[in-house]
Ligand binder design. Structure first.
Ligand SMILES: C[S@@+](CC[C@H](N)C(=O)[O-])C[C@H]1O[C@@H](n2cnc3c(N)ncnc32)[C@H](O)[C@@H]1O
Length: 224
């Protein structure tokens, strides 16, 4: 029987500096309590009173995730991030803000997505994903036909997916691939829609470093 090849790794390091004591404690105590299930599950069942379920893929240090979750206590937030220092930092934000509407997957978002039922998400954020600017690394970019198909499967009709990057080539790459998909419509009406951060955006330290080769580009797609 043919085996499915392992997914190409889309992230860089999963650990950097030593983790501070408080964050290490939270990795031991809080992380297991708010971890997403490891077998197929319906996120709506995790918080039956939540009005919606939103997912952030690659939340980095968790600043955006935590700020959005604090603003919207009526929404259940799922977050996926394999970078342990990022998860530890997100736990600190979750703890400080006493958030009870966040569940985290400390790993590859694609593993989490595979566990979710069709149409179970109302919003998805993919903000400043690893750009893999060298041509030979393009295959590591998270956005590709498989990702778009899986995002389409788990997003409810009318749900929005927000993508941002400050690498011109990754913006073109993503737009091209989403425009090719029959499952999504690009919502932009005027140039400012891709040139300006949406009003509900919360900037992160990573984003403010402006490591890319262009001003941030904002792409918002709606599930058909
Ligand atoms: C460039 S950083 C940006 C972090 C954050 N979104 C921000 O804007 O501050 C990209 C992040 O995506 C994460 N990442 C890459 N591939 C991923 C995957 N398959 N699943 C989840 N996270 C991923 C990386 O570990 C990294 O922390």
């Amino acid at each position: 029987m043919a085996e499915t090849p392992p997914a190409i790794r889309t992230f860089g390091r999963i650990r950097s500096r030593p983790i501070k004591r408080r964050q290490a404690e939270l990795l031991d105590s809080l992380a297991p309590k708010i971890a997403t299930p490891t077998t197929p599950f319906d996120p709506r069942a995790l918080a039956p009173s939540a009005k919606a379920v939103w997912l952030e893929i690659g939340f980095g240090g968790g600043e955006h995730l935590a700020a959005q979750a604090a603003r919207r206590p009526d929404v259940l937030f799922l977050g996926a991030e394999p970078f342990v220092n990022g998860v530890a930092s997100a736990l600190r934000h979750i703890d400080e803000l006493a958030l009870d509407n966040v569940r985290l997957h400390a790993g590859d978002a694609r593993d989490l997505m595979a566990l979710l039922p069709a149409g179970s998400l109302d919003r998805l954020f993919l903000l400043f994903p690893d750009p893999w600017p060298k041509r030979r690394h393009h295959k590591r970019r998270l956005v590709g036909p498989d990702f778009i198909e899986e995002a389409a499967r788990i997003l409810e009709r009318g749900a929005r997916l927000r993508f941002a990057t400050d690498w011109a080539d990754y913006a073109d790459w993503t737009l091209e691939r989403f425009l090719r998909s029959a499952a999504f419509d690009w919502t932009a009406q005027v140039a400012d829609d891709w040139r300006r951060a949406p009003p509900d955006h919360v900037a992160t330290r990573y984003e403010e470093k402006r490591l890319g080769d262009c001003a941030p580009v904002w792409l918002e797609f709606e599930r058909r």
